[in-house]
Design a protein around this ligand. Structure first.
Ligand SMILES: [Zn+2]
Ligand SMILES: [Zn+2]
Length: 157
C-alpha cells in the first residue's frame, strides 16, 4: 500500500504539493522528505496563493491505490523565490518556495510572487510580515537544490 508525502495548505486545506522524495525505499519507510538542514520552508499554495511556513512535521501521508496515480506527467521541482525584505533599511532577504513544472519562464515565478499573500513569513533578519509583498529590488529564482530531484505530480486536479 503506497503512501506518499503531501503538504496540506494551512490556509485553504487543499493539497498543494506532493513532496519530492529521494527513493522508493524511503517512501516505504515513511521518512519525511525534508531538506537535511531541517529548517522550515515557506510554501505558496497553488490554489489560494497563501504563503505559510511549513516544517517536516507538517508532512502528511496520503494513501494512493497505485504508484501510477502519482507518476508525474511533467517533471516538477521545488523552486526558491528570493526577494528583499520590504522593511525599511533591512538588507535581509525573504524566501518562498513553490512546487512548479520545470522549465517555466521567469515570468511564471514572478507571477507566483506578485499573487502571493504571505502569512507570518519572516526575512533572514527576523522581520515577520503578512500580506502581499510591496517591495522592490532584485528577485532571484533558483531551483532549490536542498530537495531531491524526484518530484511527484499532484494527484488531484
Ligand atoms: Zn491554499
Ligand atoms: Zn527584514
Amino acid at each position: 500500500m503506497p503512501f506518499y508525502p503531501v503538504l496540506l495548505c494551512k490556509a485553504c486545506g487543499s493539497q498543494p504539493s506532493w513532496l519530492p522524495f529521494p527513493s522508493p525505499d524511503e517512501t516505504t519507510q515513511r521518512k519525511v522528505p525534508w531538506p537535511r538542514d531541517g529548517k522550515p520552508r515557506h510554501f505558496v499554495c497553488p490554489r489560494c496563493s497563501r504563503g505559510c511556513e511549513y516544517s517536516a512535521e507538517d508532512c502528511h501521508w496520503l494513501h494512493v491505490g497505485s504508484p501510477d496515480q502519482v507518476l508525474p506527467s511533467k517533471p516538477l521541482a521545488v523552486y526558491r523565490i528570493s526577494f528583499p525584505c520590504d522593511k525599511e533599511r533591512c538588507a535581509g532577504l525573504m524566501h518562498i518556495q513553490a512546487l512548479m513544472t520545470e522549465g517555466l519562464p521567469r515570468q511564471a515565478f514572478l507571477h507566483v510572487l506578485f499573487r502571493a499573500y504571505l502569512i507570518n513569513i519572516s526575512c533572514e533578519r527576523g522581520h515577520v510580515r503578512s500580506g502581499p509583498w510591496r517591495g522592490n529590488g532584485p528577485i532571484e529564482v533558483q531551483q532549490d537544490s536542498n530537495w531531491d530531484l524526484q518530484c511527484l505530480q499532484r494527484l488531484t486536479a
